[in-house]
Design a protein around this ligand. Structure first.
Ligand SMILES: NC(=O)c1ccc[n+]([C@@H]2O[C@H](COP(=O)([O-])OP(=O)(O)OC[C@H]3O[C@@H](n4cnc5c(N)ncnc54)[C@H](OP(=O)(O)O)[C@@H]3O)[C@@H](O)[C@H]2O)c1
Length: 403
């Protein structure tokens, strides 16, 4: 089985294997396990590998790939390798440097896909999440479009065959798509997507723009410490999923993967266990019926595993032309609204929805008048919000402010 036989065409003409091997593991897992797992995965038939600078495993993955090239099992062109730009490198002058650093680690001449990991920028730092002396996360104010232009240059320089984004909501995608002088559209948006968060609206939007949705957390994610809500239900224990697994004589994991493939989604699956990684490749051996798909659609609950809640920030709206920015973030029970053009901030008590609405209107009346349009997303249907990262997990009922 060679997973490269099952591919999808990207909007720039390159192809992506529809099943990718996830390589992220909690910090306590020795990096050597990633090296061994990647080798086993190549032997088993995986050809698409998903990594990121923050996974701190690019050396090991590169080592595994090179060893399999040396053994004659694969050639470089057979491998689809993804890396990601971390939030501390959003400033345009840092983007190519960051990619070059990843390439040095993985020891490849190019990545097949380079994606912006999150739509939020953090101050340049060697720390993953830079904090000030009071322990506050230090956000940066970089125009997403400027970061994107630097990504385009990486493609032009031949360092990345394709470029895309991750954890973007449709507004953030539109910001890029509507950028004057856009040279390349993002080829993909990699987001959390599974039976409990089926991303129907975001998927429809991506399809309408010829952007591939790449799903992570398809098997219910790993418990990555503070990144994941530890109280979430175990996806693979879902009884409806279990019943369908029994019907098809396949594991719940295979049904969960197959469901997304049949919706036209590229799926990532992480397993460092040889048996399970081989099992996941059986996803190409069976089909779900339209009725099965309908039943599985019904499992959506807008549950997000990876909330990265310590990030606090959740919306950044900007207008390129006027260079006004509005940053809003959550600090336990309050929202902070900050007008970056004047530097002024306002704390809003958000313990009650009505109060949020009132104070936002109030805020606009006071000194945020240049934000001419405030969209209250129907106060507040989860279905409208579930593609907002990381809104639903952080703050289930929220408005979206548009400039
Ligand atoms: N862009 C982003 O922000 C972002 C965020 C999170 C993840 N990702 C990417 O997406 C990848 C996948 O997501 P994920 O790592 O969160 O988790 P996942 O693919 O949902 O996997 C969750 C767990 O399922 C287990 N598993 C795998 N196959 C199984 C099977 N057949 N039966 C039962 N259990 C099985 C694995 O454990 P074992 O290893 O023990 O088998 C794994 O720990 C990551 O590795 C990473 O590359 C990207």
């Amino acid at each position: 089985m060679d997973s490269r036989r099952y591919v999808m065409e990207l909007n720039d003409g390159n192809i992506i294997p529809v099943l990718g091997f996830g390589t992220a593991a909690p910090i306590e897992v020795p990096k050597r396990e990633c090296l061994e797992a990647t080798k086993l995965a190549i032997d088993a038939g995986y050809r698409h590998f998903d990594s990121a600078s923050v996974y701190h495993n690019e050396e090991e993955i590169g080592q595994a790939i090179r060893s399999k090239i040396a053994e004659g099992i694969v050639e470089r062109k057979d491998i689809f390798y993804t890396s990601k730009l971390w939030c501390t490198s959003h400033r345009p002058e840092l983007v190519q440097q960051s990619l070059e650093e990843s390439l040095r680690k993985v020891q490849l001449d190019y990545v097949d896909l380079y994606i912006i990991h999150f739509p939020m920028a953090l101050k340049p730092s060697k720390e993953l999440i830079p904090k000030d002396e009071n322990g506050k996360v230090m956000y940066d104010t970089v125009d997403l479009c400027a970061t994107w232009e630097a990504m385009e240059k990486c493609k032009d320089a031949g360092l990345a065959k394709s470029i895309g984004v991750s954890n973007f909501n449709h507004k953030q995608l539109e910001t890029i798509l509507n950028k004057p002088g856009l040279k390349y559209k993002p080829v993909c948006n990699q987001v959390e997507c599974h039976l409990y968060l089926n991303q129907r609206k975001l998927l429809d939007f991506c399809k309408s723009k010829d952007i591939v949705l790449v799903a992570y957390g398809v098997l219910g994610s790993q418990k990555y410490g503070e990144w994941v809500d530890q109280n979430t239900p175990v996806l693979l224990d879902d009884p409806v999923l279990g019943a369908l697994a029994k019907k098809h004589k396949r594991s719940p994991a295979l049904i969960a993967l197959r469901y997304l493939l049949q919706r036209g989604v590229v799926v990532l699956a992480k397993s460092f266990n040889e048996e399970r990684m081989k099992e996941n490749l059986q996803v190409f051996e069976f089909h779900l019926t339209p009725e099965d798909m309908r039943v599985l659609d019904g499992l959506n609950r807008n549950i997000r595993y990876v909330s990265a809640s310590f990030m606090e920030i959740f919306i950044m709206a900007s207008t390129r032309s006027s260079c006004t920015h509005l940053v809003i973030w959550q600090t336990s029970h309050t929202l902070m609204i900050r007008d970056l053009s004047s530097g002024s901030s306002m704390m809003l008590n958000t313990s009650q929805e009505a109060r949020v609405k009132f104070t936002v209107e109030e805020a606009c009346a006071v000194n945020f008048c240049h934000f001419h349009k405030i969209v209250n997303v129907d106060f507040f249907k989860d279905s409208d919000l579930h593609d907002f990262f990381p809104l639903t997990a952080l703050f289930p009922k929220l408005f979206f402010l548009e400039v």
